[in-house]
Write a protein that binds this ligand. Structure first.
Ligand code: NAD
Ligand code: UDX
Length: 445
């Protein structure tokens, strides 16, 4: 991170919401040399952050937060108002979950805008970093009712697990504003990144965010559909991906077959994209297909587990012991939101299976929402405990440590002749078979 040259013109910035996006944004903007007030409504979270404790798993974030707290450039406050008091630019980084109609629920955005409106400095800039439907810049303007304040769209493209790196080394920064001066003011804040900056109108910026996520989800659904085809025709998806990914027009990224895409963004944003299109009269059948393939892929993984233990679709799995390695939606994060692993585990538990699971970021006795998501699942302290006595072991998240498992030790605790269902194609099939286990991956012969 030493390649960043601190800004010669620091601003005083506010960030509303200290979650995956807000905390990363606040900490990284302080790292760029700005003075940042990061505010959240969660009092426990604010207290924790003031002590330099990070409430999420995100590589490199703790170091920056601790360093910037010490530098005095980063502070944490309770309530959105604090982020807008005496600050020049205020970033909205609050949730936009899926609403009942499939579209984004803007209630947190509207609440945050309502809270900051009375305290915003004259001439302040409000930046919408949350992922919001086309037209939301205007929604924020309408809530603020402040003619002296400009509102710009600035979608965020960071990935969980690599959020700090992605924020500090973006492929581009997208700014949507009809007010060129306001857009350039925000561009100045990002100047130390030396990244390409694209200033568009707000509708284009808002569309870029959904189009990017939709396109990436499409790539993964495509390769997952190809993996199903490979299984049917007896081809190897590893070779197919190598063969198509080496075509520069296609590229290798986001072509890893898996248990279906999940997380806090792709699932809700893909549905929101369909909804936005429909609201404006376009039936986005292609995106609907991308979503359908993803649901199908998740069902295919459960079918693989059933096949491994010889219990057909619709039949109860009572008495079947399943070991699951990985619960988060991907490696590198502690986030369980829309995790394909959690969907699978819930389906297995509902069918009567006994599920014992291990994930390096999920505590053995989770509380709150995590405990609800994992109701009926016995959490274990290590992979071998999760595998002990199981008739099938599922690799559900690609944590690197799972690739290094002692397969002989695993075979020693699993029921003899058990299968490994490797939904991430993480293991070497030959090595698994050499340990006396059966192997089923995704699209692998
Ligand atoms: P999050 O749930 O991790 O964090 C949101 C935070 O906002 C929470 O800590 C919450 O307490 C706080 N909050 C809610 N209302 C508030 C208010 N009125 N005042 C102060 N704090 C408030 O959410 P997230 O994952 O950071 O996502 C935020 C937005 O960014 C969403 O629109 C999301 O779609 C988008 N986004 C997320 C990612 C990602 O990888 N998570 C990436 C790009 C964009
Ligand atoms: C995504 C976008 O990548 C990011 O730009 C946006 O800001 C937020 O949403 P994130 O959800 O953190 O980021 O994770 P990402 O790495 O994109 O993975 C999303 C899902 O796709 C995960 O479930 C992951 O396992 C899956 N995936 C990803 C695959 O199955 N195969 C791949 O090749 C890549």
């Amino acid at each position: 991170m030493s390649d960043i040259v601190p800004t010669p013109t620091p601003s005083r910035l506010g960030v509303v919401g200290a979650g995956y996006v807000g905390l990363t944004t606040g900490a990284c903007l302080a790292h760029l040399g700005h003075e940042v007030v990061c505010a959240d409504v969660d009092a426990d979270r604010v207290e924790q952050l003031r002590r330099g404790q990070i409430p999420i798993v995100e590589e490199g974030l703790s170091e920056i937060v601790v360093a910037e707290l010490a530098s005095g450039r980063l502070s944490f406050e309770l309530g959105a108002e604090a982020a807008a008091t005496d600050t020049d630019v205020v970033f909205l980084c609050v949730p936009t979950p899926q609403g009942a109609d499939g579209g984004a629920d803007l209630r947190y955005i509207e609440a945050a805008a309502t809270q900051i409106a009375p305290v915003l400095k004259p001439g302040a800039l409000v930046v919408n970093k949350s992922t919001v439907p086309v037209g939301s810049t205007k929604v924020v303007e309408d809530v603020l009712q402040r003619n002296d304040v400009a509102v710009v769209s600035n979608p965020e493209f960071l990935r969980e697990g690599t959020a700090v790196h992605d924020f500090l080394h973006p492929d581009r920064v997208v700014i949507g504003s009809d007010d060129r001066a306001a857009g350039e003011r925000l561009a100045d804040v990002y100047a130390p990144l030396q990244a390409p900056i694209l200033i568009t109108d707000p509708a284009s910026a808002e569309t870029i965010k959904y189009a990017a996520n939709g396109f990436l989800a499409m790539k993964i659904s495509f390769v997952n559909a190809i993996s199903a085809m490979c299984e049917a025709v007896g081809a190897s998806v590893d070779d197919v991906v190598e063969g198509i990914g080496s075509d520069a027009r296609i590229g290798r990224s986001f072509l890893r077959p898996g248990p279906g895409w999940g997380g806090s963004c792709f699932p809700k944003d893909s549905k929101a994209l369909v909804k936005i299109a429909a609201d404006y009269g376009y039936d986005f059948t292609m995106m609907k297909g991308v979503i359908d393939v993803n649901e199908e892929q998740k069902r295919r993984m459960v079918a693989k587990v059933r096949e491994a233990v010889g219990v057909g679709p619709g039949l109860r799995l009572t008495g079947t012991k399943v070991g699951v390695l990985g619960l988060t939606f991907k490696a590198g994060t502690d986030d369980l939101r829309d995790s394909p692993s959690v969907t699978m585990v819930q389906s297995l538990v509902a069918a009567g299976a006994t599920v014992r699971a291990f994930d390096p970021t999920v505590e053995v006795a989770p509380t709150g929402p995590k405990a609800q998501l994992l109701a009926g699942v016995e959490l274990c302290a290590d992979p071998l405990s999760a595998a002990t006595g199981a008739a099938v072991l599922v690799i559900a998240t690609e944590w690197p440590e799972f690739a290094k498992l002692d397969l002989d030790a695993l075979a020693g605790v699993l029921v003899p002749g058990s299968a490994v269902v490797d939904t991430r194609n993480l293991l070497d099939p030959a090595a698994v078979r050499a340990a006396g286990l059966r192997y089923d991956g995704v699209g692998r012969r």
